[in-house]
Design a protein around this ligand. Sequence first.
Ligand code: RIB
Length: 311
Amino acid sequence: MKTPNILVVGSLVMDLIVTATRFPDAGESVVGKEFRTAPGGKGANQAVQAARLGANVTMVGMVGEDAFGQQLIDSLRKSGVNTAHVMTAKTAPTAIANIQIQQTDTETQNRILVVLGANNELRVADVSFLEDTIARYDIVLLQNEIPEEINVYVAALAKAAGVPVMLNPAPARPIPSELIACLTYISPNEYEAALITGVTPEDEQTVAQAVAKLREMGTQNVLITLGSRGCVYGDGKSLLRSPSVDCGRVVDPTAAGDSFVGAFCVAVAKGDTIEDALRFANCTAGLTVCKMGAQTSLPTLEAVQEVMKRV
Ligand code: RIB
């Protein structure tokens, strides 16, 4: 089977993770349970996930000239991602995310506050080399943690070269029409879909409306992730549903969306059917939520294949 070549142009972020049963209100102090750091960033997470699932992955992005930056590059390399185009900014530190994991007896939730640092320093001139090389890739992955002008530029290059583009529009921000017109796939979660379309996808009807709206805006195929309710895929002809996969107790939902997107792109780039790609992505994300941290929780191909046997 073909090994897909995947290009990720996106963010690298060091995650600073605290766990607690309750987080403070304004003006209040509370005692937390644990603190840890883990490599993250939506772009880097998607790159690592795709590499752990067997793809050849190249990452383009920017870190600061500091220890976090080096740790993030090392984490990518350890998973086999090509980091030759991860650049170092002189003018900003490596990005960090403050991640709060609230663990109660009944549920685990996360909140993420990301400070984009060096990711915001990426300029079109830094990625213009892709003009000569983008045609080598089977798919390009973009997210919303780098400047919008980069996404617009890279998506247009990919489209002109006939390379499919996936945008994971997270964190949500308005999407310019010239970007959406270049997208083969868009994969928002339910919150992002609501912010972008104005329709909250909560039942059959509103899910179909949100998918239709995103297609009207110009993207070819729409993939909305709905947490424990699985996902919906719309291509204008039909609406496919694929259930989430329960792989055990939820420890930390961080990067579930990244593992889903990374896995889906590997599968479609390999030539899998959309149904199979959705099932593969749901199995991958199902495993991700069972471990703490972003890149520390992303599963290998062998682990996903084990889950696939019983689903
Ligand atoms: O999608 C999860 C990621 O979002 C985290 O790793 C954090 O870095 C933020 O960018």
